[in-house]
Design a protein around this ligand. Structure first.
Ligand code: NAD
Length: 399
């Protein structure tokens, strides 16, 4: 019998990325707006990949700017310009593209402020805290002269790259019937101004945290979500958290059920009071299951590990194969996912093609997330058509 050759896409991707690293001396000149935790992760990834240059940064917090400049020094990044306003950042004729890495509630205003530049925009997830704003962004992005890429880096995690490849090929499991995704993790981390402790700034836990997973589920389902039901609430985290007299109101656990127009059923489990991080995606078809999982610790020095299983007898990944990226990439943030997201961004800026999240895909992830958030509050099943129509939102065709 011929041995089964199993090509792992994440391995090819890592090899390609490492072979195509640059020296940082040329490439698009990037401006990062918001250099908190995520903006600085992008900054470090710019240095590691070396295919773009950091032109400038803008942040409302002097502390974040100080930390960003220290990161530049530590990672051999030439000191960037520090703009004193968004207008100054926009007016820089030598900026080639902008990356918005500020809190969720500020995304719409900053996105709108950047439009006059006509230059490419990378916008962190979730694209907005309101579905109506996100819908407007879809139309704007369609007609905008520059690229608009959404920050949905989880689809670049090694185990999901391989799972997606396996699912799309339909060679083993056949047509997808059900999708189950789960995330167990420790509570939200500290943020500048603690915006992630309040629904009005973050959009709610299912919007802020889980739009990543709804994006993955949407991609795996390749259908239009029609119905969402969610249960969950506040069990453990931040029950006594208060800032300027305002109490935290964010949820810390949920079970979400999604129906797609192609008959696929999906569910998502969130638990944010776990000690360690564990993610699992299970995609099932008549021929078997694809299982992608990751175990990681928030404690320093404990490396993450990811596995893919293709559960059909004789498959090389039947018992599970490790699909972790090389260590330098893994350690650059989010198990290497940010690195590959950045590679996709730079590749597109250079005129190449890459499979990164579009505004339309960002919108659909937000549709599920907002409907789930609404279902948590109302206790009702949310019909997507009615939910969107009730907000005056016409649904775009699926992308
Ligand atoms: N941290 C993560 O792991 C992670 C992962 C994926 C996506 N994101 C997304 O990235 C974005 C930023 O998250 P974070 O974790 O870096 O938050 P953060 O609080 O650590 O950093 C946000 C930074 O934006 C600055 N800022 C706020 N409003 C601004 C404005 N109007 N103009 C300029 N600067 C402004 C703040 O001063 C701060 O330095 C969020 O949308 C978040 O959902 C974060």
């Amino acid at each position: 019998m011929r041995p089964h050759f199993y090509s792992r896409q994440s391995t090819d991707l890592a090899r390609y990325a490492l072979e195509n690293r640059g020296d940082g001396g040329s490439g698009p000149r990037l401006v990062i707006i918001g250099v908190g935790m995520m903006g600085r992760e992008h900054l470090r990834v710019v240095a590691l990949l070396g295919r773009a240059r950091l032109r400038g940064i803008y942040d409302a917090s002097p502390d974040s700017i100080r930390l960003a400049l220290a990161d530049c020094a530590a990672h051999g990044v030439a000191e960037p310009l520090v703009y004193d306003s968004l207008d100054a950042a926009c007016a820089d004729p030598h900026a080639d593209a902008y990356m918005v890495c500020t809190p969720n509630f500020s995304h719409w205003n900053l996105f709108e402020g950047l439009l006059a530049t006509g230059k490419p925009i990378f916008l962190e997830k979730p694209m907005a805290t309101s579905l109506a704003e996100a819908r407007r962004m879809v139309d704007i992005a369609r007609d905008y002269p520059g690229l608009v890429q959404l920050g949905m880096q989880y689809r670049f995690k090694a185990q999901y790259v391989d799972a997606f490849h396996e699912v799309q090929s339909q060679q083993v499991i056949g047509p997808v019937k059900t999708i189950a995704m789960a995330e167990y993790r420790p509570p939200f981390l500290d943020k500048v101004g603690q915006w992630n402790k309040f629904n009005r700034y973050s959009g709610g836990t299912l919007v802020e945290k889980c739009c990543h997973y709804f994006d993955l589920i949407n991609q795996m389902a390749a259908g239009i979500p029609t119905k969402v039901y969610a249960q969950g609430g506040r069990a453990v985290n931040f029950l006594d958290f208060e800032q300027d007299g305002e109490c935290s109101d964010i949820d810390d656990h949920a079970f979400v059920s999604i129906t797609y127009d192609n008959g696929i059923l999906a569910n998502f489990t969130l638990n944010m009071f776990s000690q360690e991080l564990y993610e699992e995606l299970v995609v099932t078809g008549p021929g078997g299951r694809v299982v992608a999982s990751e175990q990681a610790s928030f404690r320093p020095g404990v490396p993450s590990s990811a596995l893919i299983k293709v559960e059909t007898p004789d498959h090389p990944a039947y018992r599970g194969l490790e699909v972790t990226y090389p260590d330098t990439i893994e350690r650059s943030g989010h198990s290497g996912a940010t690195f590959f997201e950045h590679l996709a961004w730079v590749t597109q800026l250079e005129g190449g093609e890459a499979d990164a999240a579009t505004a339309l895909q960002g919108f659909w992830s937000l549709v599920v997330a907002s409907a789930a958030q609404q279902s948590l509050t109302s206790g009702e099943v949310i019909l997507i058509d009615e939910f969107c129509a009730g907000q005056g939102i016409t649904l775009p065709s699926h992308g």
